[in-house]
Each structure stands twice: as structure tokens, then as C-alpha cells.
Design a protein around this ligand. Sequence first.
Ligand SMILES: Nc1ncnc2c1ncn2[C@@H]1O[C@H](COP(=O)(O)OP(=O)(O)OP(=O)(O)O)[C@@H](O)[C@H]1O
Length: 261
Amino acid sequence: MNHAVALSGVSHAFADSIALRSIDLTVSEGVRIALLGPSGAGKSTLLALLDRRLSPKGGQAYILDKPLVQKEKTSRSDHADVGFIFQEFALLDRLSVYQNVMNGRLGRTKGWSSHWLSLRGRFDAQDHLIVARALADTGLSDLAHRRADQLSGGQRQRVAIARCLAQEPRLILADEPVSNLDPTRAADLLALITSRATQDKTTVIFSSHQPDLAQRFSDRVIGLRDGAILFDRPGSQVTASDVSQLYDGFPPETNLRVVGA
Ligand SMILES: Nc1ncnc2c1ncn2[C@@H]1O[C@H](COP(=O)(O)OP(=O)(O)OP(=O)(O)O)[C@@H](O)[C@H]1O
């Protein structure tokens, strides 16, 4: 079976903190993974590493069956095969919603230019069809011609999701992709992102601070704490005790003990 991700003993440290400690993780293609954990647990660092923006300080890592090397050393198709939905959206403010989503197609066009206007002629009917579908799926069709800097936070988040879907990556990485959305919209869009796993065998790894959504929209929930994996199991098997241990450091029954009893 092909692995979308294979990490063995992977670690990462910043100048004054250890962010990941000896992570072992294998993810088959088409699987949905939710990363849960308190602030500072290492979720964003792990996602940035899988996106090749960071290099491991130790261990071995393979992404889509290729050794992990930094982004500037990868081919355009390797680059396009991994889509990232950023916590801060990373939109181009002066461009329209449509243009931002079309940017997701850049890695799939022939030739290369960093300037959107010089690329306009390179997009074909298929690209426009894919963008129109991504806009419709994320409920953005009516806003297609509005500038990105004239959108609400939730609308900007949907543009970031649409751009990633338009890219048609083999691996979708998403850092808290629905944190700015109302509960109904959050569930709808997580359903949309993760449905790609069943439809196209796209692998999806997303982080969340909401255990219920993580359990509902994943095949496996991985609990990260202090840069280490605390548990890795199907959402249906994640217990209240797991969640309590993850966020508080001890199981709930410990909370109930009367001091001095
Ligand atoms: N650019 C950086 N420079 C220095 N330290 C960093 C940097 N990015 C993250 N860290 C540190 O690495 C550790 C893991 O941080 P990370 O952002 O991966 O956590 P997280 O689980 O994504 O948190 P959150 O839920 O708040 O987004 C933390 O101790 C954090 O302070």
C-alpha cells in the first residue's frame, strides 16, 4: 500500500523550544487524520514539516513516497501535489476571490511566472471549470468578483479552502481550517474537505481545537501533547479521559478527587 506520509523518529526544535519529539507516523493514501492538542503541542510545526517548509532535525520522513526535502528543491508537480490551508489564509488582498482561487491552479499550468496577469492566458477551460466548482462547493459563487480584502474572516477562510480544492492535491494539510466559521458552516466545510478523501483518495490531515469535529470528520484522531503523540486511534474510540489527559495532563477522575480525602 502507498503511504502519503511515513515518519520515523522525526523531531524538530526551534532556538528555545523542542516542538516535535521522535514522531512515528504512517498514513495511507485516502485516510483522514485529525490532529488534536493544546496550544503549543506541535500541530502547526508537524503540518509545516509535512508541507516541506521546515526540515526535520532528526529521523526519517517520506511524503507521498518521496524523501522529505525542502520546498525549493522539489519539482513543480511535487509542490502541486500538496495543498495547504493556512490558519491566516495567505490570500492576495488586491485580487478577486476568483483570481485567488485560480491561484490554486498555478502549479498545474504549463510554464511558470509569479505574476497572475502574465498567466491569465495559460488557464484553460478545464481550469475555469474546476475553479467554478470549488467556488460553488464553498458557497462563494456570488462573491467571485469581490476583492479579497473586502471579505469577512469567515469568507476569507472559505476562499483559502476553495483555492486548496482547486489545486486538486493528493495530500491536503489544513491548520485549523474552520476556526473562523459558524458551527454549521464549519461542519459543512470540514465535510467537504474530508469528502475528497473518499471521492479521490486524497489524504487529508487537519488540526482542530474541537474534539467533536475532529472525531466526526476523521478516520484517526492523533492527540499531540508537548511535541509527542499521546494517542492515535479511530475517533469512535477516543474517550473523554483521552481528551482530558490531552488538554489537562491528567484523566477526569483525577479532577474529582477531593483534596485531603
Ligand atoms: N517560529 C517559531 N519560533 C520559535 N518557536 C516556535 C515557532 N513556531 C512554534 N514554536 C514553538 O514550538 C512549539 C510548538 O508550536 P506549534 O505552533 O507547532 O503548536 P500548535 O500545537 O500548533 O499550537 P496552536 O494550537 O496554538 O496553534 C511551541 O512551544 C511554540 O512556542
